[in-house]
Design a protein around this ligand. Structure first.
Ligand code: NDP
Ligand code: GDR
Length: 382
């Protein structure tokens, strides 16, 4: 039985990858951080009691900023494959915490590669590095391929640039099987709530149920190539199954703006939007509403008694979400992955948005039922 070690197992990709590898018959080990609250929500369905023999998922406390801890875990597990998904992954937060981001995202990667070398696992353990389309930043070519020059635009992207090159360097210097997956944005119902897609689907679901009035966003013109996380973790595994290690762009080849994402997500809930104003004065106003669309979704016992109305402003721009240096446009060309790995994304952009909206509507409906029945619900917007 193969053993895989996943750093960042409690994150969006970690959860999908752990499930995928368990289904493939792997014994999966995950590194989770100590937190004052439970942080394993995304993998609770995979959790097994530590008293059970032959567990498929084993969790270890650890942190990418702690070398000795990483060396010990890797020595204990002796993994065939390491997937380095752990990172301070929020671009805007990296402007607030640049040093921590560099320590985790750049040096954390080095620490794992050094651990592989120190422990003499360089011929046994294959290494996957979660690289990113943010490396292209101020894009030099459209669409972006494995050969497009990098131009990082945030402390996050600069840290990931180091991680990219140190992975290439350890491959060339020591013969470690190390690959970079240059993944474009990928989303899902498990996406963190402060990334723009999930922020939008969560807010719209709460707006239609009367739990909040509007949502504030930043740069509406930013364009991204958004795929589904479930499709992308399969690629992470495929990259480690090849004869020779290589770096791959993983993308859909389609691009939408933040504004388009909002409109498509809103129409899933039966809301048509009209965009008014420009820049910081831009707003989305409800121009039509078809209640039957909303009622066709499953909302359990939730009362639909506080629906928004035509004319309501439900999206406004707040400059606090503008970034000091922005990545305006990203569009990937996944031709190499298609040609050499036979990979194609299975879930379309439209189906992904729908899945996210439906899941967030169901979560919002639970909150609404609690609230209607007198239970206090924790609300980020209060
Ligand atoms: P998430 O933010 O959802 O997950 C990040 C994971 O890293 C969490 O498990 C988090 O733990 C963990 N983590 C953060 N800091 C540390 C640390 N110091 N030590 C140990 N663990 C830590 O990210 P995604 O799942 O979306 O992304 C996975 C990886 O892929 C990241 O490296 C990201 O930068 C990269 N990437 C993501 C893309 C995307 O669109 N999703 C695109 C391209 C690259 P906790 O749960 O405790 O916070
Ligand atoms: P990104 O994702 O920075 O591409 O990084 P995010 O969803 O945060 O932003 C995408 C674009 O939307 C614009 N935007 C907003 N973003 C957020 N978070 N909140 C807002 O209110 C908002 N309004 C507009 C942003 O300015 C940006 O242009 C993600 C992360 O998963 C990284 O870890 C990963 O490496 C890259 O994707 C590929």
């Amino acid at each position: 039985m193969k053993k895989a070690l996943i750093t960042g197992v409690t994150g969006q990709d970690g959860a999908y990858l752990a499930e995928f590898l368990i289904k493939k018959g792997y014994e999966v080990h995950g590194v989770k951080r100590r937190a004052s609250l439970f942080n394993t929500d995304r993998i609770d369905h995979l959790y097994e009691d530590p008293h059970v023999d032959n567990r498929k998922l084993v969790l270890h406390y650890g942190d990418l900023t702690d070398s000795t801890n990483l060396i010990r875990i890797i020595q204990e597990v002796q993994p065939d494959e390491i997937y380095n998904l752990a990172a301070q992954s929020h671009v805007q937060v990296s402007f607030d915490s640049p040093e921590y981001t560099a320590n985790t995202d750049a040096l954390g990667t080095l620490r794992i590669l050094e651990a592989i070398r120190i422990l003499g696992l360089d011929k046994k353990t294959r290494f996957y590095q979660a690289s990113t389309s943010e490396l292209y930043g101020l894009v030099q070519e459209i669409p972006q391929t494995e050969k497009t020059p990098f131009y990082p635009r945030s402390p996050y992207a600069c840290a990931k640039l180091y991680a990219y090159w140190i992975t290439v360097n350890y491959r060339e210097a020591y013969g470690i099987y190390g690959c970079n997956g240059i993944l474009f944005n990928h989303e899902s119902p498990m996406r963190g709530e402060t990334f723009v897609t999930r922020k939008i689907t969560r807010a719209l679901a709460r707006i239609v149920l009367g739990l909040q009035d509007k949502v504030f966003l930043g740069n509406m013109n930013a364009k991204r190539d958004w795929g589904h996380a479930k499709d992308y973790v399969e690629m992470q595994w495929l990259m480690l199954q090849q004869e020779t290690p290589r770096d791959f762009v993983i993308a859909t080849g389609r691009q939408f703006s933040v504004r388009e994402f909002v409109s498509i997500a809103a129409s899933e809930l039966g809301i048509q939007l009209e965009w008014r104003g420009e820049g910081v004065d831009e707003k989305a106003v409800i121009s039509a509403m078809d209640e039957t669309v909303l009622r066709s979704h499953h909302v359990g016992k939730c009362r639909l008694d506080k629906l928004p109305r035509v004319g309501d402003v439900i999206v406004e721009v707040d400059p606090r979400y503008f970034r000091p240096t922005e990545v305006e446009t990203l569009l990937g060309d996944p031709a190499q992955a298609k040609r050499e790995l036979g990979w194609e994304p299975k879930i379309s952009f439209e189906d992904m948005v729908k899945e996210m909206v439906v899941e967030d509507l169901s979560l919002a409906a639970k909150d609404k039922v609690c609230r209607d029945n007198g239970f206090k619900v924790y609300d980020y917007n209060e």
